[in-house]
Design a protein around this ligand. Structure first.
Ligand code: PGA
Length: 251
């Protein structure tokens, strides 16, 4: 079955309000019907981004959310706050959240469940460190991240999840995984979904690759059987690279 590709730009902690407005005005020119395009600006720029992209097909998504509904959690952002500015999807479990903010599987599964229960769609990130790959532990680790993070969701809920496989050693390093490493991991992930939720779900679920996707490698990565698009960091911060990556996913 043909799954519609997704190209999602994760802006991380980059872009002031003015810079965001400039980039968004350029992004509006992107033309494609065959790719779901998403951008994840910082929280301070979400409101403006949503209004600028109001009549566009580009979806504005969040980079993170807190697992509690409201309360004394200084500095955090809730699901209702995101929805109140028109954001209905978020990234959960990015390796930088896992590594620098100590978000473990149990926190992430709580976030995933809370988000889905409250009608947010999620892009759930998983990925191994280089040391784990070198020890040969990468399949086991990815399996545990998925089981612990996502498999508490039921069959209806899992339809609102996109998975992003991002080997940590390929993020921001300019080093992409080899095509065979990407394909074998994506196939492995799809099989886990097949075993848990059956073949309909496993054929539908979209699995993105992330980690140094650039205009010069996007097309071959996106042509791999089980790759349904990409989560793009550095190359999402300028129009020409991001547009080229979207076009590589087109068709
Ligand atoms: P990168 O980041 O494209 O800069 O490697 C990807 C990501 O962190 O999602």
């Amino acid at each position: 079955m043909k799954r519609k590709k997704i190209v999602a730009g994760n802006w991380k902690m980059n872009m002031t309000l003015d810079e965001s407005v400039n980039l968004i005005n350029e992004l509006k020119q992107i033309s494609t019907n065959d790719v779901d395009i998403k951008i994840a600006p910082s929280f301070t720029n979400l409101n403006k981004a949503v209004s600028l992209l109001d009549s566009s097909k580009i979806e504005v998504i969040g980079q993170n959310v807190h697992s509690e509904q409201r309360g004394a959690f200084t500095g955090e952002i809730s699901i209702e706050m995101l929805k109140s500015v028109g954001v209905y999807s978020i990234i959960i479990g990015h390796s930088e959240r896992r590594k620098y903010f100590n978000e473990n599987d149990s926190i992430l599964s709580k976030k995933a469940k809370m988000a889905i229960d409250n009608s947010l769609n999620i892009i759930f990130c998983i990925g191994e460190e280089l040391s784990e790959r070198e020890k040969g532990n990468h399949f086991e680790l990815i399996k545990n991240q998925i089981i612990n993070g996502l498999f508490g969701l039921d069959k209806d809920q899992i339809k609102n999840v996109v998975v992003a496989y991002e080997p940590v050693w390929a993020i921001g390093t300019g080093k992409t995984a080899e095509n065979y490493q990407i394909q074998e991991m994506h196939e492995f992930i799809r099989k886990l979904f097949n075993d848990k939720y059956g073949s309909d779900i496993s054929h539908q679920i979209r699995i993105l690759y992330g980690g140094s996707v650039k205009p010069n490698n996007a097309e071959e990565i996106f042509s791999l059987n089980d790759v349904d698009g990409g989560l793009i960091g550095g190359a999402s911060l300028n129009f020409s690279d991001f547009n080229a990556i979207v076009q590589a996913a087109n068709g």
